[in-house]
Write a protein that binds this ligand. Structure first.
Ligand SMILES: *Cc1c(COP(=O)(O)O)cnc(C)c1O
Length: 388
């Protein structure tokens, strides 16, 4: 087939080579540190695909190739967590004296990396309003080398105008990095929108089973050399068993994510009508302020969204959450199970204020029967009201 295949087909076929592997469908797990070279000439040339375990084995390359194809980028690198994908991508394109613009809605630990590490190396970190769009041109300086976006932010769900950010960044000679974890490559193609680098916390939807930490950095051709050079220099590597599990998770990304989307929207709409709920933050709802951008740039939504409750005491929130039956309380998301946590995004803001009218709860819609999830939420909201 010469024509570009549909994504669901690519998810099944990418990163596989059964005919060079005894017909076995899945790529084998290669455990390796030392790689043997047959001759002195080969040892010095080091031009084989596999040169040393830290730089990856065929298991690594199979997963990287699959992610690169799905993201629509030039090539991909694997890292042992989503956070290390963010930190390596930033380090690869920043040096002392540079200025980096980071969305104020960024994932908290990415922000901590910027504040704790980047600032110590004389890199000027500035946070911007996630809804700034083309207005970011006013913040770009001659020494700005990177704009870091995350669309939508994983607590407050503001959409970002990626094409506008890309244009302004490129006009100023800067790169645009997008953390694309929420939508996954299934529902957002950042390179088509102008991004230079796309990051996945593969821990979430690609792995999909809450049992592996993993990250990926995919770049366009322009950003590739500096990225792989720094990734190698820093010495980051992921183990082959974990990579195998990530590649296995990837095969069912489409069926899982479509179900997460369907259940997430069902819950979001049900929650919109509850008297305890002030607002639902979910860009696929037509009432959401980011809905037009979502409709223009994304082809679907994941199962992660937030609600803002009407004013309620901490005790009432605890009464609701402590006794949830199906919704577990825990960080991370993207696994098959439903989750709910209270979040305090205001603590992580400096460029914008976040002062919602009541407590914020973040929900992850899992793969359980949505009727059971609604019953769990119904009982929880009744407990909240009863103890208000
Ligand atoms: C979870 C997450 C990360 C970090 O991934 P880890 O694998 O937990 O390190 C980065 N970005 C976003 C948007 C996330 O949700």
């Amino acid at each position: 087939m010469s024509k570009k295949k549909h994504t669901d087909t690519t998810i099944v076929t990418t990163g596989r080579d059964p005919h060079n592997n005894h017909g076995v469908i899945n790529p084998p797990v290669y455990h390796a540190s030392t790689i043997l070279y047959p001759t002195v000439e080969a040892l010095y040339a080091r031009d084989a695909d596999v040169t040393y375990g830290r730089r990856g084995t065929p298991t690594t390359f199979a997963f990287q190739d699959a992610v690169a194809e799905l993201e629509g980028g030039y090539r991909s690198l694997v890292t042992p967590s989503g956070l290390s994908a963010c930190s390596i991508a930033l380090l690869a394109h920043l040096k002392a004296g540079d200025h980096v613009l980071v969305t104020d809605s960024v994932y908290g630990p990415t922000r901590a990396f910027c504040d704790i590490v980047l600032k110590r190396y004389a890199i000027h970190v500035e946070y911007y309003d996630p809804t700034i769009g083309a207005g970011i041109a006013g913040l770009l300086r001659p020494e700005t080398t990177v704009v870091f976006a995350e669309a939508p932010g994983s607590q407050t769900f503001e959409m970002q105008d990626i094409p506008a950010l890309a244009k302004a960044a490129h006009d100023a000679g800067a790169l645009l990095i997008v953390d694309n974890t929420w939508a996954s490559p299934l529902f957002c193609q950042p390179f088509e929108l102008g991004a230079d680098i796309s990051i996945q916390a593969a821990t979430k939807y690609i792995v999909g089973h809450s049992d592996v930490m993993m990250g990926t950095i995919t770049t366009n051709e322009k950003a590739w050399r500096a990225t792989i050079k720094n990734h190698g220099a820093i010495g980051i590597t992921a183990g082959p068993d974990d990579i195998y599990l990530a590649l296995r998770g990837l095969r069912t990304l489409s069926v899982r994510l479509n179900k997460h989307m369907e259940t997430g929207l069902l819950l979001a709409k049900w929650l919109q009508d509850r008297p305890e709920v002030s607002r639902v933050l979910h860009p696929a709802l037509s009432t959401d302020p980011g809905h037009e951008i979502w409709k223009r740039d994304f082809s679907g939504a994941s199962g992660l969204f937030s609600i803002v409750l009407n004013p309620a005491s901490d005790a009432a929130v605890a009464a609701m959450l402590d006794d949830m039956e199906l919704f577990g309380m825990g960080y991370s998301w993207g696994g098959y199970e439903s989750l709910i946590i209270p979040a305090a995004p205001a603590e992580n803001r400096t460029a914008t204020t976040w002062a919602p009218e009541g407590p914020l709860l973040r929900l992850h819609a899992g793969l359980e029967d949505p009727n059971d999830l609604i019953a769990d939420l119904d009982a929880g909201l009744n407990r909240l009201r009863a103890s208000a």
